[in-house]
Design a protein. Structure first.
Length: 78
């Protein structure tokens, strides 16, 4: 879905009952408007290079999964 408009990604995540993992605040704003939409995992590590992200995300992923299971609709990763 690379390059797809946000609304297309949003609808597809809803169809698949999937979460959206993103650095893009736009999806957080969409979630504020549509609370029945997909869970958003919002990566807020700044302008980190790919290697930093690939090291950080696995460290926090168990906490992210726990938050999703608790029903949180926006999970921030810092």
């Amino acid at each position: 879905m690379r390059g797809a408009p946000d609304r297309v990604i949003w609808r597809r995540a809803c169809e698949l009952d999937a979460c959206i993992v993103t650095k893009d605040e736009d999806f957080v704003l969409l979630q504020a408007l549509d609370r029945v939409g997909p869970t958003i995992v919002w990566i807020r590590i700044g302008n980190a290079v790919r290697d930093v992200l690939l090291r950080r995300v696995p460290e926090v992923w168990p906490a992210v999964v726990d938050a999703i299971r608790r029903g949180e609709k926006v999970v921030e990763v810092r």
